[in-house]
Ligand binder design. Structure first.
Ligand SMILES: [Zn+2]
Length: 192
C-alpha cells in the first residue's frame, strides 16, 4: 500500500525548530516571494504594473511611472496590511495555524509568540478570513477523506421515573414533536 502523504517526509519540510532559527529578513523575503511570485519577490506597482519601483523609508515602495507615482508596501491590500508584528512572528502564527489539528487558541498563541492576546486573536481571525476568501478556488484532489459526525439522536430521560418514556417500544421511537420542545409524543401531533 502506498504511503499516505501525511507520513511522507514532504510534510516535515519546515519544522518549528527550523522556523524559530530564521531571521526576520528571511521571513520578509518569503513574504515578498508569496506576494510577487511572478517576479520572484521583486516588487511591481499594484496600480500600473511597472517594475520600475524604488524603496523608500519605512519599508514603502514608490512607482517611478510619471503618471502613477503610487506608494505601496509589501503587505498593502493583504490580510497583513498595517502590521506592527515582525514578519517572523506572522510566519510562526501561520505555521501554528496550519499545523494545529484542532485550531489554535489565541491565548496559547499569545504566550508562544510573546504578543498580546488581542493581537493573537485578531491575527487568527485574519488567517481564517484568508482561508475562507480562497475557499471557492481550493480544489481537493487525490484521495480525500472527510470525517463525519451525527449530532443528536439521544434524548435525555426525564428526571422523575414516572415521567420517563419507554423508548424500547416502537411507538416511542424516533419521534420529533412538532412543537420542538416537548419530548413527549402526547403534547402535540408528531411528525416523521
Ligand atoms: Zn505605478
Amino acid at each position: 500500500m502506498a504511503q499516505h502523504f501525511r507520513h511522507s517526509p514532504e510534510v516535515r519540510d519546515l519544522t518549528i525548530t527550523e522556523l524559530s532559527r530564521i531571521q526576520d529578513r528571511t521571513a520578509k523575503k518569503w513574504f515578498r516571494q508569496a506576494r510577487w511570485p511572478e517576479t520572484d519577490g521583486k516588487p511591481y506597482c499594484p496600480q500600473c504594473g511597472t517594475l520600475r519601483c524604488y524603496e523608500m523609508s519605512r519599508e514603502r515602495f514608490k512607482c517611478s511611472a510619471k503618471e502613477c507615482k503610487a506608494v505601496f508596501t509589501l503587505t498593502l491590500g493583504t490580510a497583513f496590511a498595517w502590521r506592527k508584528l515582525l514578519f517572523k512572528k506572522m510566519l510562526l502564527a501561520i505555521w501554528f495555524t496550519a499545523n494545529s489539528v484542532k485550531g489554535k487558541a489565541a491565548l496559547q498563541l499569545s504566550r508562544e509568540l510573546g504578543i498580546q492576546s488581542k493581537t493573537a486573536w485578531v491575527l487568527l481571525i485574519k488567517l481564517r478570513e484568508v482561508v475562507a476568501s480562497r475557499r471557492e478556488d481550493i480544489v481537493l484532489d487525490g484521495e480525500v477523506e472527510i470525517d463525519g459526525k451525527y449530532a443528536g439522536g439521544h434524548v435525555r430521560p426525564e428526571n422523575r421515573a414516572e415521567d420517563r418514556v419507554d423508548r424500547r417500544l416502537k411507538a416511542n421511537r424516533s419521534r420529533i414533536n412538532r412543537c420542538g420542545v416537548s419530548r413527549r409524543a402526547s403534547c402535540c401531533e408528531t411528525v416523521a
